[in-house]
Design a protein around this ligand. Structure first.
Ligand SMILES: Nc1ncnc2c1ncn2[C@@H]1O[C@H](COP(=O)(O)OP(=O)(O)OP(=O)(O)O)[C@@H](O)[C@H]1O
Ligand SMILES: [Mg+2]
Length: 242
């Protein structure tokens, strides 16, 4: 549930992540970062800088080599695999560059998936999924399979799915990476709406133009935070050339 307790929704403390793959790759080299409930942060950096690694750790898809990742009060590394799956299912909504929808399930079935963890009955799940799909402009595509939808429509299904359980944290890894600019703007506007309703949003991107939709931009290079900027939404951006 989206809440506004004073405890940060995510706390990343002295996190290192190394991958052993024919030598050691240090993907994150001592990262400290907190995300407040209801906040909107973009993590920006070049390819290979460790953005997805950070997102995957926060999303309890992986654990750090050292340091702590605390999500919704739970130290992710201390959880069993089942508890981690439950955390992912109920407290976190994921949006990926490649959409990651279940190919054999229709749009509305994909959106009901996160509701399986909670005690929703079947018709309530369906009602909620239909409402969420209507909210993202897909009320007329409920029974389409992912392959019968455009890229932008698939991403909107993924957003509806991420919002289904009303998680306190939404993680989006390059959510506009595979759609055209106009669709990308629609997707950013849906993420802003979610944030306005109280869901914390953490967005990963390599594009400054996209990052500046957030309220705070964390710049990452070679696994290290270089600087953190607050975004001033009141000053108009001069053209696109920044
Ligand atoms: N599963 C893995 N096994 C081994 N090395 C990995 C693995 N995942 C990532 N890496 C390495 O860790 C570093 C950081 O990768 P990461 O995917 O976090 O970068 P990124 O900032 O998301 O890049 P991009 O913008 O291209 O998505 C890279 O050098 C990458 O090769
Ligand atoms: Mg990445």
């Amino acid at each position: 549930m989206a809440t506004s307790s004073s405890q940060p929704v995510v706390s990343v403390e002295s996190v290192r992540k190394e991958y052993e793959l024919g030598g050691t790759v240090t993907a994150l080299d001592g990262v400290d970062l907190t995300f407040e409930a209801g906040s909107y942060t973009a993590v920006m950096g070049p390819s290979g800088s460790g953005k997805s690694t950070l997102l995957n750790l926060i999303g309890a898809l992986d654990t750090p080599t050292s340091g702590d990742v605390v999500v919704a009060g739970e130290n992710v590394a201390a959880l069993s695999e089942a508890a981690r799956a439950a955390l992912r299912g109920t407290r976190i909504g994921f949006i990926f560059q490649t959409f990651n929808l279940m190919p054999r399930l229709t749009a509305v079935e994909n959106v009901t998936l996160p509701l399986m963890f909670d005690e929703w009955d079947r018709s309530d799940r369906r009602d909620r999924a239909e409402q969420l799909l209507a909210d993202v402009g897909l009320g007329n595509r409920l029974d389409h399979l992912p392959q019968e939808l455009s890229g932008g429509q698939r991403q909107r299904v993924a957003i509806a799915r991420a919002l289904a359980a009303d998680p306190e944290l939404i993680l989006a890894d390059e959510p506009t990476g595979n759609v055209d600019t106009e669709t990308g703007n629609e997707i950013m506007s849906l993420l802003r709406d979610a944030n306005n309703r109280g869901n914390a949003v953490l967005l990963v991107t390599h594009e400054r133009r996209i990052a500046e939709h957030a309220d705070r931009v964390v710049n990452v290079t070679d696994g290290v935070i270089e600087r953190i900027e607050q975004v001033d939404h009141d000053t108009p951006v001069a053209g696109e050339q920044r």
